[in-house]
Design a protein around this ligand. Structure first.
Ligand SMILES: CC(C)(COP(=O)(O)OP(=O)(O)OC[C@H]1O[C@@H](n2cnc3c(N)ncnc32)[C@H](O)[C@@H]1OP(=O)(O)O)[C@@H](O)C(=O)NCCC(=O)NCCS
Length: 257
């Protein structure tokens, strides 16, 4: 059984490559409901099938342990933009969570009450940086990126990408929020957000964190509070669903209070 304090965020991290045990993967499959089973069957490549199984097992087993429910009994609903929430038991424990997966890594962030968003990307992912940045970043972010020298150009692109995704995921509206309507800015180890007039939001209510995980992955977390309060505490756990997790150290790159 898992406990969660009101000022804590638990960040659960699973690397696909650590799971090769067929009997464990078979157990994961027994947790899927009919809709998840169909999604699993639609995936063609074994690595995508495995990633899907691992992320569903992570979601169901961890949330089940907080909610004192069998993983396979959890019922999820989605908002109009696709953000999942627990459909049942919501009132007994106001749990808030968000999931992100990328090539080889699944990350689940869990907290109480407050809206949370998480995004993970792998840093060697090949993308047309300038094209994406011009299309999705605010003018200020684009200029800031373009001014970077070669050695931190890629890293800074992923800093911005993951933070912007974490913010829209916390809001729960995906790309219905124009990504140009808000900007992240960095000052040494601090980061902040500003909103255009079109986006009525308050920077004081947001907390953000960013980590590099195992040098290959970048993780960003966004948390919206109801009122200004002290920085939340992050507890990171690394391991295998339905098996073992240990507390893990992750390098904190930047954060904002
Ligand atoms: C769908 C979206 C919410 C995240 O997509 P993503 O980054 O590809 O995927 P992630 O792995 O981080 O997150 C997917 C998970 O987020 C959750 N999710 C789905 N819709 C969501 C929403 N509206 N809000 C928050 N979370 C959502 C789900 O749990 C989903 O996993 P599941 O379908 O297996 O349950 C949306 O932001 C999107 O389409 N982004 C496109 C990425 C992009 O082009 N970004 C440009 C930045 S430069």
């Amino acid at each position: 059984m898992l406990e969660l304090q009101s000022n804590e965020i638990h960040l659960w991290v699973v690397e696909d490559q650590l799971i090769s045990d067929e009997s464990l993967l078979a157990k994961y499959q027994t947790l899927l409901n009919a809709e998840e089973q169909k999604r699993f069957e639609r995936k063609i490549f074994p690595k995508h099938k495995k990633q899907f199984l691992v992320s569903r097992a992570l979601l169901r087993s961890v949330l089940g342990a907080y909610l004192r429910q069998a993983p396979e009994d959890l019922v999820f609903a989605r908002n109009a933009y696709g953000k999942p929430r627990i459909a049942s038991f919501e009132k007994s424990l106001p749990i808030s969570f968000n999931l992100s997966h990328t090539n080889g890594l699944s990350v689940l962030a869990v907290t109480l009450e407050h809206e949370i968003g998480v995004d993970v990307e792998y840093l060697t992912r090949k993308v047309d940086i300038l094209k994406l940045a011009e299309r999705y970043f605010s003018e200020q972010e684009f200029l800031d990126l373009a001014a970077r020298d070669v050695k931190d150009f890629n890293q800074h692109f992923f800093d911005l990408w993951t933070l912007k995704e974490a913010y829209i995921k916390a809001c729960g509206m995906g790309l219905a929020i124009p990504l140009k309507d808000f900007s992240f800015h960095f000052n040494n180890k601090r980061l902040g957000i500003t909103f255009d007039a079109a986006r009525a939001d308050n920077p004081e209510l947001w907390q953000f964190w960013q980590f590099v995980y195992k040098s290959n992955f970048e993780i960003a977390l966004a948390l919206k509070l109801n009122q200004q309060q002290g920085l939340s505490k992050i507890v990171c756990k690394q391991g295998r669903p339905l098996d073992k997790f240990i507390n893990a150290e992750i390098e904190m790159l930047k954060y904002s209070a």
